[in-house]
Design a protein around this ligand. Structure first.
Ligand code: SF4
Length: 780
């Protein structure tokens, strides 16, 4: 392009003028340039706040760095036993959640005339939204009784709703996915074997263990900060590691021995190990004589279950089975089989966990260094309140629970478990005796009585409870469905009223009381004010309580006085807790710390470890574990297995751009020979289809030698469909969407979820999705 000389001169003069007004940065010396550069946050007036990470239940201590009313960075609290100065990737990424522009910003009410699931909402004031919720709950109470409102809860603030508001409101129908969809088999088995719950933090004495056997335990992929630190230190110290898993997991890649077991046959393997320990007299006879009952019955029971019997069942070499049993015995009592956390697999899971605990018991490791320490919950009194009404208007609390449960017998066992926890552990009321998935049918059928209302706090209904179609049908049948959450998750956008919660960096929660070798009390306090018009869970629960006529249970004027009162009752104060973040009480982690003639550490009916369970026999269950063969996949189908990503928490973090940059979607793992047989290669896209013709995907194939030929594997948490979650939407496939059925564990109420079979349907299109880098620049 030609430019006239006159115009060029004009432009040049203007440019020189501009340069003279603002000299080029390059013309300045370095100190001057630095002085003129915009300040970064750490050059400002930075304050630090000690709080507790809310990105998973592990509750690591956090030091949050705040400048200009914004959190810029978080580090691990140094004095906290679960972080020890470090955070995992999810903890580090939690700042991005607070500043996620897709967050729920104001209360929303579903537009009149719209259907649940349409996603059509109008903004409302808190007063209007809470008024709608309260009047809906009161109408249900008038028509059906207070027990017809269920509370589901998951996460840091869930206690305000599931433990507190639900108890004041008087409903037994409180569901917690971390019980029946995760830990209930191990908790029930531990309770009835050792008389003690496992609790949130597995009390494995990694620091002193010399030999560790993991069965389907995905440590390293299922990342819990100090547990992973301890595991790594144990390996560094030279502890031997055996991993039993159909998949060559991250833990298997660190192991001395990997046993690629056939899925669903773990109980046979455990029975064979019991057989070797008993028949070769390799158990700790002195320990069992002092602390256990039922050895004779166990010995007679396991006599037929040799490694040669278990070999063809498990697809393992009997010589390997025998060798591991002998190595376990050689390292006892510093040999341990941790129970893992996600234990709902095949529907006979309490018995599998019983078998696992019996192996531990024969090694004499429970309450002994290198095995399991005795975790104790802290002792902190409630804020003074009138007794909660345990008897709803239309019947007793347990009677109502029985009517909501699949059978009276099931509730009987689970209720007894809760009672034992109450007496042995904390003395507090536990409300997790109802299996969350068993409340869904009552919403549809009205049997045994109607559940007409659901208050959901943070439970990702469509990514946690199997049979999503049934859950959607249930939500359609409700009179009232309220979602309290931080993000517009798939299930949230079905609610009648959506109440936006503040993130953990913006709110107080109730004290976190954690059973540990030295009981731990942690404070979660706000580092910054809540963004937009979001509110903390405690405020939402209290405001609802006041509108429901339950003000006598919410007598505290504000959250600071509530927490200060509770802390002063144990000789501390809110001021002190704010400065320390974490308080610890004295514990008695080993049997040697317990007085011989004092109360027994074993909260079983006999006061000893129960190898044979009379309680199970009386309830009609096997008093000793038996192997039940799993159903085989039909021709052309694979068993669907699933696991965790180390940088994601369940399905809650897939809209976090920092974490999604590290792991932005899942792929379906398929054995490499099977992939060749099907003409598939890594990177090809397929649909996954279950036996009921439910399709999920498209999802990429990952052809690998790291998995057996009879199963496929997905990382859980992906496959979100809410368009309001602009990063999560459409990335990967949901394992839960494919679980059209589950198998109920009749003892614990757990939903066995390794019973889904899927086939791979080729020819799925590669999804066209916006790049993450572009989405990271989203505007609110
Ligand atoms: S393990 Fe990670 S996500 Fe969980 S509390 Fe600790 S830092 Fe947070």
């Amino acid at each position: 392009m030609r430019m006239e000389r006159r115009r060029f001169l004009k432009l040049s003069a203007a440019s020189v003028g501009a340069l003279m007004l603002a000299p080029a940065a390059g013309a300045l010396r370095l100190p001057e340039r630095l002085a003129r550069a915009p300040k970064t946050w750490y050059q400002g007036d930075v304050s630090t706040v000690l709080t507790t990470c809310g990105n998973c239940f592990w509750a690591c201590g956090v030091r949050a760095y705040v400048e200009g009313g914004r959190v810029w960075k978080v580090d691990g609290g140094e004095a906290n036993p679960f972080s020890r100065g470090r955070l995992c990737a999810r903890g580090q990424g939690s700042v991005a959640q607070t500043y996620d522009p897709d967050r729920l910003k104001r209360p929303l009410i579903r537009v009149e005339g719209s259907q649940r699931g349409d996603g059509r909402y109008r903004e409302a004031s808190w007063d209007e939204a809470l008024g709608v919720v309260a009047s809906g709950m009161l109408a249900i109470k008038d028509s059906y009784g207070s027990e017809s409102v269920a509370f589901f809860g998951h996460g840091g603030g869930a206690s305000w709703f599931g433990d507190y508001l639900a108890a004041a409101w008087a409903t037994p129908n409180v569901g917690d996915p971390s019980a029946a969809l995760c830990t209930s088999p191990r908790e029930t088995a531990s309770q009835w074997t050792f008389g003690r719950a496992i609790g949130g933090h597995e009390p494995v004495d990694w620091a002193n263990a010399d030999y560790v056997v993991l069965l389907g335990h995905h440590i390293g992929e299922d990342t819990h900060n100090s547990q992973l630190q301890d595991f790594s230190l144990a390996r560094k110290r030279g502890a031997k590691l055996v991993v039993v898993d159909p998949r060559f997991s991250v833990a298997a890649s660190k192991a001395d021995r990997w046993l690629p077991i056939k899925p669903g046959t773990d109980t046979a393997l455990l029975l064979a190990w019991l057989h070797v320990l008993v028949t070769e007299n390799r158990y700790d006879a002195a320990y069992l004589a002092a602390h256990a009952v039922g050895l004779d019955e166990l010995a007679a029971h396991v006599r037929p279950f040799s490694p040669e019997w278990a070999g063809p069942i498990t697809d393992l070499d009997p010589a390997d089975i025998r060798a591991v049993a002998r190595e376990l015995a050689a390292h006892a009592p510093r040999a341990v089989l941790p129970p893992g956390r996600h234990t709902v697999w095949y529907g006979n899971d309490t018995q599998r966990l019983r078998a696992l605990f019996l192996v531990n018991a024969l090694l004499g490791n429970y309450g002994v260094e290198g095995g399991f320490y005795l975790a104790q919950a802290p002792s902190v009194a409630d804020y003074p309140h009138p007794d909660f009404p345990l008897v709803p208007a239309s019947g007793g609390c347990s009677a109502a629970a029985e009517r909501a449960a699949p059978s009276a017998r099931v509730t009987a066992i689970r209720s007894i478990t809760a009672n034992h926890r109450q007496s042995v552990d904390t003395g507090r009321f536990f409300a997790d005796t109802t299996a969350i998935q068993e409340l869904i049918p009552a919403m549809i059928t009205g049997e045994p009585y109607r559940i007409a209302g659901l208050i959901d706090y943070g439970t990702n209904l469509f990514h946690s409870i199997p049979d999503v179609a049934r859950t959607k049908q249930a939500l359609q049948a409700l009179d009232l469905y309220v979602a309290i959450d931080v993000l517009p998750m798939d299930h949230v956008m079905w609610a009648d009223v959506i109440l936006p919660e503040a993130t953990y960096l913006e709110r107080y929660d109730d004290l976190l009381e954690i059973a540990h070798r030295s009981p731990v009390i942690e404070l979660r306090q706000p580092a910054v004010e809540p963004m937009w018009d979001s509110k903390p869970g405690w405020w939402i629960a209290r405001e609802l309580g006041l509108r429901l006529g339950l003000e006598r249970y919410f007598a505290w004027p504000d959250i600071e006085s509530y927490l200060d009162t509770r802390l002063r009752a144990i000789g501390s104060s809110l001021e002190q807790a704010k400065g320390l973040g974490t308080l610890q009480q004295a514990g008695r982690p080993y049997l040697a710390d317990w007085e011989k003639d004092g109360p027994s550490p074993f909260g079983t009916p006999s006061g000893k470890i129960e190898l044979y369970s009379r309680t199970f026999a009386d309830a009609g269950f096997d008093p000793l574990p038996r192997y039940e063969p799993p159903k085989e996949p039909p021709e052309g189908y694979y068993r669907l297995l699933y696991g965790r990503s180390p940088v994601h928490t369940f399905a809650r973090t897939q809209n976090n751009w920092v974490l999604m940059e590290m792991h932005g979607g899942n792929a379906v793992w398929l054995n490499a020979s099977e992939a060749r047989r099907l003409g598939l290669r890594s990177g090809d896209y397929v649909w996954l289809e279950n036996e009921q013709r439910v399709r999920e995907g498209p999802v990429a194939v990952f052809a690998t030698e790291r998995l057996r030929f009879d199963c496929v594997y997905l990382v859980h948490g992906f496959g979100h469909r809410s368009p309001n979650m602009r990063i999560a939407n459409g990335r990967g496939a949901s394992d839960t969407a494919l679980m059209s059925r589950y198998r109920l564990d009749p003892i614990s109420g757990g939903a066995g979820m390794h019973v889904t079979f899927v086939r791979l349907v080729p020819g799925a299109p590669r999804p066209r999705l916006p790049r993450l880098a572009r989405l990271a620049r989203r505007k609110a």
